[in-house]
Ligand binder design. Structure first.
Ligand SMILES: [Fe+2]
Ligand SMILES: [Zn+2]
Length: 454
């Protein structure tokens, strides 16, 4: 029998006790995680555990009186690839050796201050295996075939288990599920000053933006940097070549068709950037009086899913055909880049490896005339693009912002447009941007601070 075989083990404990411990840990301390567990292995390993100075009486208080059951032993089947771990709530997971070794938590392999891995891939043996596994006070100690040794707490292992629930929890920390919306949607409203002062409300706005991709901020101060001020209260402004904020007015010698009085079709801002702005803040400083200037917004996620369901061929075209977007010009204001020349390349609908829609890009003003396509594919591309545009409008909501309103949109998911208005209108909109990385960062930090991080 190989030494690997001796090292198979099961971590187990009383489910109820484990749950209580887990909750208490969550509430009380992030650094002192004591999860109720016991640890057994196959028969010969069990002997080693009983003789270990850290077993039995040295267990954490939560473990006293817990005796591994026969079921635990039955579950400890030899495995050449890793530890088979059973947790107190009945869940079980294989913990591959190569993964455990890669994630050794000792101070040589992992910097506990920087919270980052110091261990290098060049030092990782993908065939590494345990030569000895032993129970510790609150987890497990492993000696490795490469001569190193590691300790893992049960809490640490449980959070990273290769189980459906643990993996789902981490997906949620990464990003919340988005909720598609259509014509019935009424964007949630927030008060500007409350967002600036109340972190709970700010978290609510962040969660709303992540799930619904849209919200309306009311009572925005009448100054052109009110958007950047709010963004700086969250993280920091994403600048573009238009500077930290863009007056959307009817400009002379304009450097973008958005800065005119014409009707604008459904679009994202900055589609000409490879890294499109994550969230757009569209502040109404002064609205056009009379006909025109109305806003229209639509959920690109809903439209993309409708297209996928009802027109799979068009969906295929828009997810696999790259389009160019571009923007070339000179500054209209001192805070803009003196001259710029951007080109981006992306499909109209971008999918991730799970075939989920992660970005929708529409912007007639900056969609390039160059198409890197064989000519016989061009008409199909246009047909799919127009169909998608129709679906966006079929599911859009329309409203007219008033001075003090600020619409906030997930700019890689939701599209916006506006009706044209009279040439010499004093209408004044201001646009500014925040990257999703910073918004999600603030969401997680606020959840942690407010005790709401799951
Ligand atoms: Fe825009
Ligand atoms: Zn280590």
């Amino acid at each position: 029998m190989s030494c690997q075989r001796y090292s198979r083990l099961v971590l187990s404990g009383a489910a109820a006790m484990r749950t209580v411990t887990h909750q208490q840990v969550r509430r009380n301390c992030n650094n002192c995680n004591k999860r109720g567990l016991s640890l057994v292995s196959c028969a010969r390993q069990q002997v080693a555990i009983k003789e270990s100075p850290v077993s039995g009486a040295a267990r954490s208080p939560a473990l006293k009186g817990i005796t591994p059951s026969a079921t635990d032993l039955v579950a400890s089947l030899p495995d050449q690839e890793g530890l088979n771990v059973k947790f107190g709530d009945g869940s079980a997971s294989q913990m591959p050796y190569v993964w455990l070794r890669d994630n050794c938590q000792c101070s040589k392999c992992y910097n506990p201050v920087a919270l980052g891995r110091s261990f290098l891939l060049e030092d990782l043996d993908v065939n590494v295996h345990a030569t000895k596994v032993q129970e510790s006070e609150d987890g497990v100690e492993i000696e490795w075939s490469d001569g190193h040794s590691s300790q893992f707490t049960a809490e640490w292992l449980y959070d990273r288990a290769f189980t459906t629930s643990a993996r789902a929890q981490q997906r949620n920390r990464y990003a919340l599920s988005r909720e598609p919306w259509g014509v019935e949607h009424k964007p949630a409203e927030f008060d500007y000053q409350t967002l600036m002062e109340d972190e709970k409300v700010l978290l609510d706005w962040l969660l709303t933006m992540e799930t619904k991709g849209s919200a309306l901020v009311k009572n925005t101060p009448n100054r052109d940097v009110a958007g950047p001020d709010l963004i700086n209260n969250i993280a920091f402004v994403k600048q573009s070549h238009y500077g930290p904020h863009s007056p959307v007015i009817n400009r002379e010698n304009t450097n973008n068709v958005a800065f005119t009085n014409v009707k604008l079709g459904m679009h994202n801002d900055l589609a000409q950037y490879e890294q499109m702005a994550g969230i757009i803040f569209i502040q109404c400083v002064m609205q056009h009086q009379g006909k025109g200037g109305e806003s229209v917004i639509s959920d690109g996620l809903l439209a993309a899913e409708c297209l996928r369901r009802d027109h799979p061929e068009a969906f295929q075209v828009l997810t696999t055909t790259d389009a160019y977007f571009w923007d070339k010009g000179h500054a209209n204001f001192p805070w803009e880049m003196e001259s710029f020349f951007k080109i981006s390349k992306r499909p109209i609908i971008t999918l991730n490896n799970d075939n989920e829609v992660v970005c929708v890009a529409m912007n007639n003003g900056v969609r390039h005339s160059y198409l890197d396509l064989p000519s016989h594919k061009v008409k199909k591309f246009y047909a799919a693009l127009k169909l998608f545009n129709d679906i966006l409008y079929d599911n859009a909501i329309r409203f007219k912002m008033e001075a003090g309103d600020m619409m906030t949109l997930d700019n890689i998911r939701c599209l916006h447009g506006r009706e044209g208005y009279e040439d010499f209108s004093p209408r004044h909109i201001e646009s500014s941007y925040l990257d999703w990385d910073e918004a999600l960062c603030r969401r997680r930090r606020l959840q942690e601070k407010l005790g709401l991080f799951v």
